[in-house]
Design a protein around this ligand. Structure first.
Ligand code: ADP
Ligand code: ZN
Ligand code: ZN
Length: 726
């Protein structure tokens, strides 16, 4: 008789013991079905022991060890334990956060189909010639198969419609599906361009460091060819029969990357891991990673938990992006977990960015991370855009647009070039107001304003998603004359349509790209030259190449300059560098116009000089002086309750429970969060700081244990380590 120590998907920091007659040490990391209350639950075996502190009559037998999927490796469990310790979340919660949904349940054992591949058949070339030029996806698939046979996963990753199309092609006899002999030369790498001098230097430096642990910050301006370096490093890993993990901020925004990988590694099985996959598919990809069959895993933050027995390289692209931090449940930073993972596995990790996070940059300056710079655009004729400010105080605005911006748009239209009008606010207007009584459209459930969406005639809360029809009269005084105030993408679209009736205007934000496939259709429209002016939010800023785009106009960026959030300027700078990077990528000279009340603001001046290093130095000096990260380490204890006072009271009690903080730890007073009310819960928090990460961790561990021992109550609470939201 053995005792299984089992982690369950519960927010309690303990393991549960079960008896089992047929278990041994090889079962550690196996999933197991156990009785829990009057139900059954899936757990993961963390240890197999000889005895239990629970009396034998109370000890329940496990139902069944779920041996149909392989055990999680020791290194994976160690990674989970690290996250549990560092983020102060129960191990069970961390383990289950890392597992794909399908594996959290007992049902539907997955059979792992052997990897399949496709090749062109005799009638294929003729079929390609007959395909309409507009069938872009079909043509692309067929074309890549003309060049060489290709793994199924790689083809599927190229487009959401690929699965259906491949089936059609097989039915038509144009291509064949077959089972390739395992791992046929998966290292084959298609060389497309020769590296330039800077790229060679950067690559050589990483290669010189050898295959062991090391963190490299690849700081390269937009368009400097960072991807090409990732590709070479991956090629090296694959040639050695190893696996590579590539993390990107948002997978739906990077089909370009997926396609690029497919073209450059035609034989290497590539799987994606992100929340947009169906449960079965995600579990299959995960198991392919675990079996070592997947050579490249490309995914969003959750992919950092993919089991990878032959991992030899991690790449984190756009490492500064806030979406690498999970904002609920286990509040981990995928970039930081990836660094731990690289150290654990003894492998290099490359963090790529045009505007590194200040935390990362500070490490690079201090020499803890190796700093590699790419200061030039890779395509020689693509110069960096010229950046100018447009002083809004000197111009009379027409519906929010200054005349120089309107003129610049007109010029591009006349030349047949594309423009992008960027503002980070979707909807028609950020608020609806009554001039008679000062009523504003607030959200019932949150301390936020409801945004006016004229397209579907709704007021909508961008925080909780609540929506109501637009009132005809002021709900407070009955006045019929209520006005939208400020502007969002919809309103700018309307304005531009009135100013330039002949222009083809395309609005690209979360609303216009909600339906599946709409975003890639819009990208095709842009690339096909069927759009003149794009109006978009940051959804457009990331990683897209628009060869014919020569003007970027930025509206309403000022609010972040004087925000209470000390990270706001860092984020704004990163965002503006990204959108500015969309202009003038190939041969067309780019220009960026920023409408502002503060044309001499250091942030805009640095942007105009393309001076990340200078701006970062200024921000770092400010942070050091004010005692903010990266010069201190932070955690917050957050509480949510129906009444704000209850949340604050809980935090005061929690502070008392912690006792007087030891030297080196600062405990601040509880305060309401900046968005205090969210989805009918009032939120407050308490900040803890220390100059020593270790001291902070020790303190949090003791405190967290005391907090978990408190009786259950109506207040929900959690710790957030290295928080980015206040
Ligand atoms: P980044 O990710 O650094 O913004 P990309 O990797 O997207 O830049 O590269 C920008 C463009 O430059 C791409 O079109 C890429 O194909 C091209 N490119 C990269 N390296 C080279 C090179 N050595 N020679 C010519 N073109 C290159
Ligand atoms: Zn009113
Ligand atoms: Zn709301």
């Amino acid at each position: 008789m053995s005792i299984l120590r089992v982690a369950l998907d519960l927010p309690v920091p303990q393991l549960f013991d079960y008896s089992c007659t047929e278990a041994n040490a090889a079962d550690i990391g196996m999933r197991v079905l156990v009785p829990f209350g009057n139900k059954q639950a899936v757990g993961v075996i963390i240890a197999v022991a000889g005895s239990s502190a629970i009396s034998s009559e109370k000890l329940k037998p496990a139902v069944r060890i779920l041996r149909e999927t392989p055990a999680l490796g020791r290194d994976w469990l160690e990674l989970a334990q690290f996250c549990s310790d560092y983020y102060h979340r129960p191990l069970g919660e961390v383990v289950f956060n890392g597992l794909p949904v399908r594996l959290r349940k007992p049902a539907a054992p997955l059979t792992l189909e052997q990897a399949a591949a496709y090749r062109i058949s005799a009638s294929g070339p003729e079929a390609l010639a007959r395909l309409s030029g507009r069938a872009k996806v079909k043509r692309a698939l067929l074309q890549s198969l003309m060049q060489s046979e290709c793994a199924e996963e790689t083809l599927l990753a190229q487009s959401p419609g690929a699965k259906k199309i491949l089936a059609e092609f097989v039915a038509a006899g144009w291509i064949e599906r077959f089972q390739p002999s395992p791992q046929p030369g998966r290292g084959r790498f298609v060389e497309k361009v020769a590296l330039n001098y800077e790229q060679q230097q950067a690559l050589a430096e990483i290669e010189r460091a050898g295959p062991g642990y090391g963190v490299f910050l690849l700081h390269g301006i937009t368009g400097s060819g960072k991807t090409e370096i990732y590709l070479r490093l991956i090629a090296r890993a694959l040639a050695a029969g190893k696996q590579a993990l590539v993390l990107v901020p948002e997978i739906s925004l990077t089909p370009r990357l997926t396609q690029e990988f497919g073209e450059r590694f035609p034989d290497a099985p590539l799987v994606s891991l992100h929340s947009g996959l169906a449960d079965g598919e995600r579990a299959r990809h995960w198991l392919q990673a675990q079996s070592g069959a997947a050579a490249i895993v490309l995914g969003t933050r959750l992919a950092v938990f993919a089991p990878l027995p032959k991992l030899a390289l991690i790449v984190v692209d756009e490492e500064q992006d806030a979406s690498f931090k999970q904002q609920d449940g286990v509040r981990y930073s995928a970039r930081d977990v990836a660094i731990f993972r690289a150290r654990q596995a003894g492998i290099p990790i490359v963090l790529g960015s045009a505007t590194p996070a200040l935390e990362t940059y500070a490490h690079a300056l201090s020499g803890r991370y190796r700093l590699l710079q790419l200061a030039q655009r890779a395509v020689p004729e693509a110069a960096l855009p010229r950046v100018h400010t447009v002083d809004m105080r000197k111009h009379k605005l027409e519906e929010g647009l200054a005349p120089p911006v309107v003129e610049a748009l007109a010029e591009r239209l006349a030349r047949g070039e594309q423009s992008l009008v960027f503002l980070n606010r979707r909807g028609y207007a950020p608020v609806l107001m009554c001039p008679a009584c000062d009523w504003v459209s607030g959200c019932r459930r949150c301390s936020t304003r409801m945004v006016l969406h004229l397209a579907d005639r709704q007021l909508r809360c961008h925080h909780c998603g609540a929506s109501t029809p637009i009132p005809r009269h002021c709900p407070s005084c009955g006045n019929a004359d209520i006005h939208p105030f400020g502007r969002g993408t919809q309103r700018v679209e309307v304005t531009l349509a009135a100013l330039f009736p002949q222009a083809r205007i395309l609005r690209i934000d979360r609303d216009s790209t909600r339906s599946k496939g709409s975003f890639s259709r819009m990208l095709e429209q842009i690339h096909g030259g069927r759009a003149d002016i794009l109006v978009g939010t940051q959804i457009l800023a990331k990683g897209h190449d628009f060869p014919n785009l020569s003007l970027v106009a930025v509206l309403n960026a000022d609010s972040a300059l004087y925000s209470a959030d000390y990270r706001a300027p860092e984020r704004l700078f990163a965002q503006l560098v990204q959108v500015a990077g969309r202009a003038g990528r190939a041969g067309v000279a780019g220009e960026v116009l920023i409408q502002t009340q503060y044309p001499r603001h250091p942030l805009y001046l640095a942007l105009a000089r393309h001076d990340y290093a200078g701006f970062a130095a200024t921000l770092l000096a400010e942070r050091e002086q004010a005692g903010f990260p990266p010069y201190v380490f932070e955690a917050v204890l957050r509480a949510e309750a129906e009444a704000l006072e209850a949340a604050l009271r809980f935090l005061r009690e929690a502070a008392a429970l912690a006792g007087p903080p030891p030297a080196g730890i600062t405990l601040y007073d509880p305060v309401p969060m900046s968005v205090t009310r969210l989805a009918e819960r009032e939120r407050a928090h308490l900040l803890v700081q220390s100059a020593s990460r270790k001291a902070l961790q020790t303190y949090l561990a003791a405190w967290s244990a005391k907090l978990h021992a408190l009786p259950q109550r109506a207040v929900r609470w959690h710790l957030d380590v290295d928080p980015i939201e206040f």
